[in-house]
Design a protein around this ligand. Structure first.
Ligand code: HEC
Length: 145
């Protein structure tokens, strides 16, 4: 526990600044079919750190410091929460979809982190998860409940 608290300390600064940043817009899911063919007003979110190794490393530290690994397992290979490293997504692996999953949470047990993490930190987590290479022999585990 003490180790966890020390590991989280550098991220407290991020937490303090998060309250001042406005919430990002809703995410447009281009692959969805909309009622009446009219897309709702929504923005297209793009990862500002796409492919950046340093951001991915910082995201990896955040993944442990904010206990994502407590549910998704070390290396995000899956535990009580689904694997985020097998290349399969329930809500999508695109920038905006992943941002939405982390910032706003998802209904079957994924907490919203937007209240404690500023958008930059969420994007670093997205960058880390996108840097994980799915194994060629990914197990066919069903994570749905
Ligand atoms: C309390 C357990 C828990 C914690 C802590 C948690 N998650 Fe989750 N997460 C889940 C569960 C359960 C789901 C599946 C939700 C669903 O299907 O509706 C999920 C879903 C997701 C998804 C969407 C996966 C998909 O297939 O589309 C992402 C991305 C994600 N989590 C990232 C994170 C990150 C990053 C953190 C840390 C900041 C985190 N999670 C912390 C339990 C957790």
């Amino acid at each position: 526990m003490a180790v966890r608290a020390v590991a989280a300390a550098p991220f407290l600064a991020l937490w303090v600044t998060s309250a001042q940043q406005p919430a990002p817009p809703s995410v447009l899911y281009e692959q969805h079919i909309f009622a009446g063919g009219a897309a709702p007003p929504a923005g297209k979110l793009e990862n500002p750190f796409q492919g950046d190794k340093k951001s991915a490393q910082e995201g990896e530290k955040l993944f442990a410091a904010f206990n994502c690994d407590g549910c998704h397992g070390g290396g995000a290979v899956g535990a009580v929460g689904p694997s985020l490293a097998d290349g399969r997504w329930r809500y999508g692996g695109a920038d905006g979809a992943m941002f939405h999953s982390i910032f706003y949470g998802r209904p079957r047990g994924m907490p919203a982190f937007g209240g404690i993490l500023p958008p930059d930190a969420v994007w670093k987590l997205v960058t880390y998860l996108q840097s994980l290479q799915p194994a060629t022999d990914a197990a066919t585990v069903s994570w749905s409940k």
